[in-house]
Design a protein around this ligand. Structure first.
Ligand SMILES: *[C@@H]1O[C@H](CO)[C@@H](O)[C@H](O)[C@H]1NC(C)=O
Ligand SMILES: *[C@@H]1O[C@H](CO)[C@@H](O)[C@H](O)[C@H]1NC(C)=O
Ligand SMILES: *[C@@H]1O[C@H](CO)[C@@H](O)[C@H](O)[C@H]1NC(C)=O
Ligand SMILES: *[C@@H]1O[C@H](CO)[C@@H](O)[C@H](O)[C@H]1NC(C)=O
Ligand SMILES: *[C@@H]1O[C@H](CO)[C@@H](O)[C@H](O)[C@H]1NC(C)=O
Ligand SMILES: [Zn+2]
Length: 488
């Protein structure tokens, strides 16, 4: 008679083996984390020492020029990154939209964001991942706290701009480790966009903001390492668009050319969506057509083909586009920003950073260019998912991946500076910036900015600007610009 305890232990160990096989198969499911630092222009990584971005580039891949999608605004481009579709196809055509068929308006800051209907001309990658039986996690990516097609991400955070970056990262790490472990995560952070708008990208204070973003990337790397995830998770760090400097001397006032009574203005500078009042299209069009050499007005059907920005009712009958660096307002009473984006997606200043590392990616590889629509098929390939119809192409970006890497002509890698050079560089850089700022302070008081940084803890700098008549006092605090308007 067989010993019952032997059978029992046999059964138990069989079960264990089965469980282990099953869980190791789970482990082998590719993991991917997509991070967006809003408004992180491609060349910011070269502007100050960014050791954490450098590490990712050395350990992985960098794409120097990413052509994003028109219009180069936040909502359209974040949806493009997770759908591989141009804005005219995914339907999030602007941050401010009007749908004439349904007589409904969408504003980035309004409650309509949570009306899933706006988003449902496409299906984001987190939903497709879940349909394949996997789990997704989302920390504040635009659209990720909306039940698109009735489906929320498995784990997500409702949008809360005050939630610190570090807290968002910690949530994601928890989700990767389970229970209900995710294999795909998306993470959004509002900077350096906010400071770029407020300070202008040419402000020396942006150096500190960028250094702070690099520190934040360092925090994320550290957390992934501590959780044992760093060499398992494929990490992609990118952005939605760049940023360009504006000027008070480059303002176009629409009231000068056409009466407000003839149209509703839907989307704002630098690409204005104009909805003419009933029967007023030709009148508004001819008033604006040759009005100002720094702006172009298109009837919808005249919008250049290469923008892929025509075929959607949410694109207005008239579109105004201004030249890089120009702002369009109804009159000067409108709010003015020192930095903006939204312009032609072929402009280098509009283009985002792209670096990635992890088991799926090649090491120390630089690629000259890609389109942001190509990211979607790339991510589907990493996740082993069948992509939905999209405007990207895996073959354009396959060379970024290990398995299929074929030697291709590579842009010559930039000579790597030895590490002491970075140290000397950062000290000199800091000294220069600080010195410059102090001189600036003494010479030209008008509105002032104070800043401090984790990277340069010993310095407190104050800068004052004259060109503006606005009278502003700002503190750059851990990378977020807090602008206090004070009486001049
Ligand atoms: C469109 O909606 C607005 C309110 O949001 C309403 O005042 C207006 O009458 C509506 N127009 C049409 C044509 O239904
Ligand atoms: C937003 O986040 C902040 C900081 O974590 C927190 O104090 C606040 O309660 C949150 N607000 C909501 C509505 O959850
Ligand atoms: C701007 O606003 C001020 C105060 O509200 C007003 O007096 C002035 O007429 C406005 N200017 C224009 C051009 O609308
Ligand atoms: C956008 O920029 C590209 C590159 O400079 C240029 O060829 C194209 O004509 C521009 N498009 C428009 C509509 O200005
Ligand atoms: C983008 O992809 C969608 C879905 O396949 C397709 O309907 C659309 O025509 C494509 N757009 C362009 C410009 O190729
Ligand atoms: Zn943005």
């Amino acid at each position: 008679m067989p010993d019952l305890s032997v059978i029992k232990s046999c059964f138990l160990s069989c079960l264990l083996v089965l469980l282990q096989t099953w869980s190791s198969q789970q482990d082998e499911q590719s993991q991917l984390l997509l991070v967006s630092f809003d408004g992180f222009r491609w060349d910011y990584v070269n502007r100050v020492p960014t050791p954490n971005f450098r590490a990712l580039i050395d350990e992985g891949v960098q794409v120097e020029q990413v052509e994003n999608t028109y219009i180069t605004k936040t909502y359209p481009n974040h949806y493009t990154l997770v759908t591989g579709l141009h804005a005219e196809t995914h339907g999030i055509v602007a941050n401010e939209m009007y749908d004439p068929i349904h007589n409904r308006s969408f504003s980035m800051e309004g409650p309509e964001v949570y009306n899933a209907w706006w988003w449902e001309e496409a299906v984001p990658l987190w939903v497709t991942n879940q349909k394949a039986g996997r789990k997704s996690g989302a920390a504040m990516w635009p659209g990720s706290d909306v039940a698109i097609g009735g489906t929320y991400p498995t784990h997500f955070l409702s949008y809360n701009a005050s939630m610190p970056f570090e807290a968002r990262v910690e949530k994601l790490i928890d989700w990767f480790l389970g229970p209900e472990a995710i294999n795909f995560g998306v993470l959004y952070w509002e900077e350096p966009d906010e400071s770029g708008h407020n300070l202008g990208p040419e402000s020396p204070l942006m150096d500190v903001v960028i250094a702070d973003i690099d520190d934040k990337l360092g925090f994320l790397r550290g957390k992934l390492k501590n959780a044992g995830l760093y060499d398992k998770v494929n990490l992609i760090v990118t952005s939605d668009h760049g940023m360009t400097q504006l000027s008070h001397d480059k303002i176009i006032e629409l009231d000068t050319y056409v009466s407000r009574d003839l149209y509703t203005w839907i989307d704002k500078s630098p690409v204005v969506g104009i909805l003419p009042k009933e029967g007023k299209l030709e009148e508004v069009y001819s008033s604006l057509k040759n009005a100002n050499p720094n702006m172009v007005v298109y009837k919808k059907e005249e919008i250049p083909e290469h923008y892929h920005y025509r075929h959607n009712v949410r694109i207005m009958p008239l579109i105004i586009e201004v030249k890089e660096g120009w702002t369009v307002m109804q009159n000067r009473n409108g709010s003015f920003m020192l930095g903006n984006h939204g312009y032609n997606n072929s402009l280098p200043s509009m283009q985002p950073v792209f670096v990635a590392r992890g088991p799926a990616f090649r090491r120390d590889y630089t690629k000259a260019s890609m389109r942001s629509v190509d990211l979607y098929p790339l991510m589907c390939n990493i996740l082993g998912l069948k992509p939905l119809p999209n405007n990207g192409s895996l073959s354009n970006v396959q060379d970024l991946l290990v398995e299929t890497s074929t030697p291709k002509p590579v842009v010559p890698p930039k000579p790597r500076e030895p590490s002491y050079a970075w140290a000397v560089g950062s000290i000199l850089g800091a000294a220069l910036v600080i010195g410059f700022l102090f001189i600036f302070v003494q010479q030209q008081p008008a509105w002032s900015l104070e800043f401090k940084s984790d990277r340069y803890p010993r310095y407190r700098a104050k800068a004052e600007y004259t060109k503006s008549n606005m009278g502003k006092d700002a503190t750059v605090e851990k990378g977020r610009a807090i602008i206090k308007i004070i009486a001049d």
